[in-house]
Every structure is written in C-alpha cells, then in structure tokens.
Ligand binder design. Structure first.
Ligand SMILES: [Zn+2]
Ligand SMILES: [Zn+2]
Length: 204
C-alpha cells in the first residue's frame, strides 16, 4: 500500500506540480472509502466506482488514492459543486458518501504549525488530522442504476440524425428513430447558422 506522502506526491504531480488542500481531502476521502468498504486501494481493477461532486483539485486526490478515473470508466462527475464523493463497491453495491466535517476547516489550525495562513493551515492540517475529525461518512443507496450507467463494452449504434456513433447505450429511441442526445434536443451546444457552417467546412 502506498504511503500517504506517496499519494500526495502523485496527486501533486498531476496537478501542475503543487499540492492544495482539496487534493489532500481527495486522497484522504479515497483512503477512507477503502477502509469503510474493506477494499485494497488504489485498485487495479474496476470494482470501486466513484461519483465525485465537483471537478478539479478533489478529483486528482481521489484518483491517485482509489485508482478510479474517467479513463477506466470508474469515475463520474455529479456536478453539484460540492467537495464530496460517493464510493460504490460494484460487487456488493454498498456505497458510502464522504465529505469533510464542517468543523475541519477550523480544526486544521490545531494540526498545523502556528502562524500559517488559512490556506497553508488547511494544506498541512488536512494531512495530519485524524480521519474521525476530518471526514464524515454515511451509507447511501444509489438513486440510479449503476449497471445502466456503466453499460457494457462494445455496443455501438449510429445516430439517425447526425450519423455519428453512439456508445455506452447513451442513445435516445423515439418514434422508431435512434438519436444521440444532441439530436434528441438535449444538446449542450448549438450549431451555428447554415452560412457560417459553410464557411468553416468549405472555406473556398
Ligand atoms: Zn488545486
Ligand atoms: Zn446525432
């Protein structure tokens, strides 16, 4: 098992070579999840699945501690803008949501050298604070189907609207048509007006 320091270093390395308090929280949350679920982390398989509730710093810490990552389809962003994550054992479906205790911000000063500003006190304090003071955890049941979310490997359909491939069963079936989410009207982007499409596609 890697030491705490190894994990902090690994997290910093993927975070423009610096460590910040939220990465520390991510590492500690990931390790705590392993303890609660009785799993050896970081995993080399896909047994643990993590829902992170914000992107950024936290996810780098969670990733190195757990081995969960977008690339292995074991991490999912529930963008609530919160420093929290839910860790699911996909074998047993046991799940824990973990978040920093409200008082941990203030308590960080007790676990850091005197005279540090708030940011540095948290950076050091979060590394040293006992888990029971730093984090809170609660068992939860998922309100969505993890099986549907993970889907299966190799499935592929073609969108009747745009002709692009859709994997992971993310298609929408409507009136006998197979559509991607964008063509079904749930797109996060809009296409430019026809004239500007032409100018991008055919500059001549
Ligand atoms: Zn950061
Ligand atoms: Zn489409």
């Amino acid at each position: 098992m890697p030491t705490l320091q190894t994990l902090f270093d690994a997290s910093a390395q993927r975070h423009r070579n610096h460590l910040c308090p939220r990465q520390v929280l991510g590492v500690r949350m990931g390790l705590y999840a392993g303890e609660l679920l009785g799993l050896d982390l970081p995993q080399t398989d896909k047994r643990l699945y993590t829902f992170v509730e914000s992107d950024g710093c936290l996810t780098d810490g969670v990733a190195v501690a757990t081995g969960c990552w977008w690339g292995s389809r074991t991490m999912y962003l529930m963008d609530y803008g919160k420093t929290a994550a839910t860790f699911v054992d996909t074998l047993t479906e046991r799940a824990f949501r973990i978040w920093p205790a409200v008082e941990s911000r203030q308590r960080a000063y007790d676990y850091a050298p005197e005279g540090l500003d708030r940011w540095h006190a948290q950076l050091v304090g979060y590394q040293n604070m006992p888990t029971a003071e730093l984090l809170q955890a609660q068992t939860v049941t998922l309100a969505l189907s993890l099986r549907t979310l993970i889907s299966h490997h190799g499935g592929r359909v073609v969108c009747d609207g745009c002709g692009e491939d859709i994997i992971n069963e993310r298609e929408v079936r409507r009136g006998g048509q197979v559509l991607c989410r964008a063509c079904a009207g749930n797109g996060y982007y809009q296409l430019p007006a026809v004239d500007s499409v032409r100018s991008v596609l055919c500059p001549a």
